[in-house]
Design a protein around this ligand. Structure first.
Ligand SMILES: O=C(O)C(=O)Cc1ccccc1
Length: 288
């Protein structure tokens, strides 16, 4: 049967654009929008779909914490299978005929955070939405005046909105990394990354330094480190580490064994080919 790939919808999101850049999805896959990252990740974890495409990191905002936390705390089977990077630029989008002064801006939290100068200088009220396309859908369906969606021009056009300004982001050239999550990871391609969640034992002084030592000592490059609160009180954190090598590499295996020997809990989120495309084939073109 054709694999089912869910992405953060509705159509026109940056995730939808990312689906077009996927390289490891079998031909004939069916692509379906879902309204929230949580639903997508749980659908993969519990076998209701095969794969899911969700935002994990933005070059201006850092980790997309909503996604990272679902992967860290709410999954048992989900692994990262592929990463895809998408350039992001934002437009201000309105209903045709709504000439009222802008009053309220709607977008995904990452979209709002990347356009703070635009809406901050106009003192607009912010309404976070589950995606940029959902912001467009809500503005198009509302009879409230003065609403502005922040999304790609394409998302706006799909919802029938008019772009009143383009390129409104604070930092041009931003990119977002998306993860294709699945239940099975891929073998080594020669240019891979491994992401793990490391929870240190409590109350060990200098633990961050000690848990980085086995990685540094093996000459492994750490391309990302994110700390997330364990929700057990202030100062209690886990670390999401990305190592630029496949988990089957003996040095990565050795480093992860050392972390466990230090008393850390290690949750393996999987190994996947690094972006930009290197050792794997061309895109499968399942997306937008
Ligand atoms: O809402 C979207 O379009 C997404 O795919 C998530 C997102 C939102 C803002 C910037 C990058 C990705």
């Amino acid at each position: 049967m054709a694999p089912l790939v869910e992405y953060l919808g509705p159509p026109g999101t940056f995730a939808h654009a990312g689906a077009d850049r996927l390289r490891t999805v079998p031909e004939g896959a069916v692509l379906e929008p879902r309204p929230t990252v949580q639903e997508i990740v749980h659908d993969v974890d519990e076998g209701r779909c095969d794969m899911g495409l969700v935002p994990v990191e933005n070059s201006v905002e850092g980790g997309v914490t909503g996604t990272v936390d679902v992967l860290v705390f709410e999954t048992t089977r989900v692994v990262l299978r592929e990463e895809v990077v998408v350039p992001v630029t934002f437009s201000a989008l309105r209903r045709a005929g709504d000439d009222a002064p802008p009053a309220t801006v709607l977008s995904h939290p990452v979209g709002l955070a990347q356009c703070t100068r635009w809406w901050g200088s106009r003192s607009l009220e912010c309404r976070p939405t589950t995606s940029t396309s959902e912001a467009c859908r809500l503005v198009a369906a509302s009879d409230e005046d003065g609403l502005v969606a922040i999304a790609s021009a394409k998302a706006g056009a799909l919802a029938g909105l008019v772009a009143v300004e383009t390129g409104i982001e604070d930092h041009p050239g931003a990119e977002t990394r998306f993860a294709l999550v699945a239940r099975e990871e891929l073998g080594p391609t020669g240019d891979d990354k491994t992401t793990v969640v490391v929870t240190p034992p409590s109350e060990v002084p200098g633990i961050l330094l000690r848990l980085l030592e086995p990685i540094a000592a093996r000459g492994l490059n750490l391309s990302n480190i994110l700390s997330r609160p364990l929700r057990q009180g202030l100062g209690v954190y886990c670390f999401v580490l990305t190592i630029d090598r496949h988990a089957s590499d003996p040095d990565v295996r050795g480093a992860l064994d050392d972390l466990e020997a230090l008393g850390c809990t290690v949750k393996r989120l999987g190994s996947y080919p690094a972006w930009p495309p290197g050792a794997v084939g061309p895109g499968t073109g399942v997306g937008a």
